[in-house]
Design a protein around this ligand. Structure first.
Ligand SMILES: Cc1cc2nc3c(=O)[nH]c(=O)nc-3n(C[C@H](O)[C@H](O)[C@H](O)COP(=O)(O)OP(=O)(O)OC[C@H]3O[C@@H](n4cnc5c(N)ncnc54)[C@H](O)[C@@H]3O)c2cc1C
Length: 376
């Protein structure tokens, strides 16, 4: 829609085809129904791509402030929740309404419930659909990734790219939780519902936010962030008590002759159930003063640098985004047009540019859409 409105503003004849009966369904479910529509700190470092420089041009030409101007123009009230994340005060539907009304004012047409059967290029592009044939000089593919198939996500954009000979970086679920291995299930499933401020990393940066134990694994913002950088079989590194060097603290308590049970002492710095379970798994029952140093050190290590190889992610049913997509080496970073096929553009999540959690993915959708809309 961002591309459609910009192209229509420039006087282009635009028709937006979507197989869904309702436009912008992902926006409607985003941000818990309040749409985290941008992040005021958004910059290239918040994105993952095989080419980390690719997103720079589009992001610099349509900034969070540009989107905020539109939000203000439509009198949508919003707030910063945390870390630069801007959310609507009311419903995410107001962002869909904003885009639809801007598109309509600019003259873009919509064709919904439109099943696209084939696309080919002769002199012009020819698109066969259940609503008839469409011909155009350019096609912009904005079909998103594979996440949340039940609201209409498909791999159609990747199929179009392949059909025209463009390379794809293998898609993978991202911004998603992880399932435990069977052993981890035995050890930690009983912690379902426990949430704790933590630091988490896989192969990327360290994220400090909450994690959440679920019935089958780990979730919560810090886990979702780390998942963006995780590859199959890789280990997650978690610090469940970032404020304290537990080894030093516990050994001091022992030296001072602490008579308290380990699980009770740990409950001073961790949620009670977490303290109980980790003490049960990695320390013996007994008073802190009576435990051998090596057990105290081992327990502290499991809290301050817990290493865990999860079985797998929760998959596309739960993933907020799809990492990978159309290889950026195939596209112009200025216009999003294919270098091989003139008039064929790819924007948004279908491209191998994936943002961290916190409004970055919409900012990429707006910015890449705007870049294509300027050129198409
Ligand atoms: C639960 C959830 C919450 C999220 N919350 C946020 C958030 O708060 N902030 C944020 O920045 N990001 C969030 N995201 C990510 C964000 O929604 C996406 O990155 C963004 O919507 C991508 O925009 P897009 O236009 O590329 O693709 P999409 O928004 O996925 O749009 C793709 C469109 O293509 C259509 N389509 C797909 N296949 C076909 C086909 N074969 N034929 C015709 N049409 C087709 C779909 O119907 C859809 O309308 C969230 C994602 C999820 C799943």
């Amino acid at each position: 829609m961002m591309c459609a409105l910009r192209a229509a503003e420039r006087g282009r004849a635009v028709c937006l085809l979507d197989h869904s009966a309702k436009i912008g369904r992902k926006i409607l479910i985003s941000g818990g129904g309040r749409c985290n529509f941008t992040n005021i700190h958004a910059g290239p470092a918040n994105f993952v791509s095989q080419n980390p420089h690719f997103a720079k041009s589009a992001l610099s030409r349509f900034t969070p402030e540009d989107f905020i101007k539109l939000v203000r123009k439509h009198r949508i009230s919003y707030h910063e929740k945390k870390l630069g994340q801007l959310f609507c005060d009311g419903s995410a539907g107001s962002i869909v309404d904003l885009l639809v009304s801007e598109c309509r004012d600019a003259g873009a047409k919509f064709r919904l419930s439109c099943d696209i059967r084939s696309i080919r290029k002769e002199e012009r592009f020819i698109v066969q659909t259940n609503l008839g044939e469409f011909r155009s000089d350019a096609i912009v593919v904005a079909t998103g990734g594979l996440s949340i198939p039940k609201i209409g996500a498909t791999g159609f954009g990747y199929d179009i790219a392949k059909q025209f000979g463009l390379k794809i970086v293998s898609p993978f679920p991202a911004l998603v939780g992880f399932n435990f291995s069977p052993q981890q299930m035995d050890d930690f499933a009983e912690l379902a519902g426990v949430s704790v401020d933590s630091e988490v990393s896989s192969s990327g940066p360290n994220f400090r936010e909450n994690i959440l134990f679920t019935h089958t694994g780990l979730s919560g913002p810090a886990i979702l962030q780390a998942s963006l950088y995780w590859k199959d079989g890789q280990e997650l590194l978690l610090n469940l008590c970032p404020e304290k060097d537990l080894e030093e603290w516990l050994l001091q308590k022992k030296k001072a002759g602490a008579k308290v049970e380990m699980k009770n002492l740990m409950a001073d710095v961790l949620p009670k159930r977490l303290a109980e379970r980790f003490s049960q798994l990695y320390a013996k029952p007994g008073r802190v003063a009576e435990l051998p140093d090596r057990i105290i050190v081992d327990l502290a290590k499991h809290i301050n640098s817990w290493k865990l190889v999860p079985r797998e992610t929760f998959g596309y049913q739960k993933a907020e985004v799809t990492r990978g997509g159309v290889d950026t080496s195939e596209l112009s970073s200025k216009t999003m047009e294919s270098k091989k096929v003139s008039g064929l553009y790819f924007i948004g999540e279908v491209v191998d540019v994936t943002g961290q959690l916190g409004g970055y993915n919409f900012q990429w959708a707006w910015a890449s859409g705007h870049a294509a809309g300027e050129s198409v």
